[in-house]
Design a protein around this ligand. Structure first.
Ligand SMILES: Cc1cc2nc3c(=O)[nH]c(=O)nc-3n(C[C@H](O)[C@H](O)[C@H](O)COP(=O)(O)O)c2cc1C
Length: 256
């Protein structure tokens, strides 16, 4: 049975929680899922102190000893995750942003390959689309297989028409997530993702050394030689594009 964990960034159990519950009901109509609700407000997660030890030496050197690793364990034991947050001043809520900051080292060393990701944003009126874009991009850059998130307008008192519109959006989002969740292997990268990987790995290979945690990680994973982060069969056009992106990365590192 697939395991899905929802990380909820609201301080209260209302619109965002209800949206996730409806999402879970929809998902369960496709397949039985073991579902966990993680309310970030219930976990001890301090603010990042900006020392960058996680980037430079490794995440195990973080000077803060709180619930970060417990939350990471929850992700590692999931087949899919949902990041659900209210829109607060055109951004994710503070607990959600804090979680993303504390996981920022994953953007340097992506690791959540093969896990499905989606986002749910609730809002009063406006601004949620850019938050979904932001969250989905965080998902992509962390290595997840992303299924596009949804924005729900929950302005109170909510009308019947708005409720029905939200239900339709949740239903579609759950169907998208289900398809990604059931994929047997992570997807073939888009040109953009291939470019990001090849250019960054080439510049890193040429500009860094064993002193750097990112360099050691890329070396250990075999990412300085591989076509992509994980095994994929690139078609001839993508193979060529990959070499071209390596070449551009090489030129960039020589010029800097
Ligand atoms: C501090 C704060 C800031 C908010 N900022 C926005 C905003 O910028 N745009 C918007 O459409 N709604 C905004 N809202 C409304 C919430 O996004 C909306 O009520 C949400 O559904 C609340 O989710 P919850 O019931 O799970 O707490 C804000 C609410 C609060 C409390």
């Amino acid at each position: 049975m697939k395991r899905v964990t929802a990380f909820i960034g609201s301080a209260r159990k209302q619109a965002t929680y209800e949206a996730v519950r409806e999402f879970e009901r929809n998902l369960n109509s496709y397949t039985e899922v073991e579902f966990e609700y993680v309310f970030l407000k219930d976990y001890r997660l301090e603010f990042c102190r900006g020392c960058k030890l996680c980037f430079d030496k490794g995440e195990e050197f973080c000077p803060i000893h709180d619930d970060r690793d417990l939350l990471i364990d929850k992700i590692n034991h999931s087949d899919g995750v949902i990041f659900a947050t209210p829109n607060y001043s055109f951004q994710v809520s503070a607990p959600m942003k804090n979680l993303l900051d504390r996981l920022a080292f994953v953007l340097h060393r992506p690791c959540f390959f093969g896990k499905a990701f989606t986002s749910i944003v609730t809002q009063g009126v406006f601004g949620g689309n850019s938050i979904v874009k932001y969250l989905d991009s965080m998902g992509e850059n962390s290595g997840y297989s992303v299924s596009k998130g949804c924005v729900l307008t929950t302005l109170e008192p909510i009308t019947k028409a708005a409720e029905e519109k939200n239900s339709r959006k949740i239903k579609k989002a759950a169907a998208r997530f289900y398809r990604v969740l059931m994929r047997p292997s992570p997807p073939n990268p888009s040109f953009f993702r291939l470019m990001m990987f090849r250019m960054s790995r080439t510049t890193m290979k040429e500009m860094l050394s064993d002193e750097y945690c990112d360099y050691r990680h890329y070396k250990e994973e075999g990412w300085f030689q591989s076509d992509y982060y994980y095994d994929v069969s690139l078609n001839p056009v993508k193979k060529l594009a990959g070499w071209f992106f390596d070449f551009i990365g090489h030129r960039m590192s020589r010029q800097s």
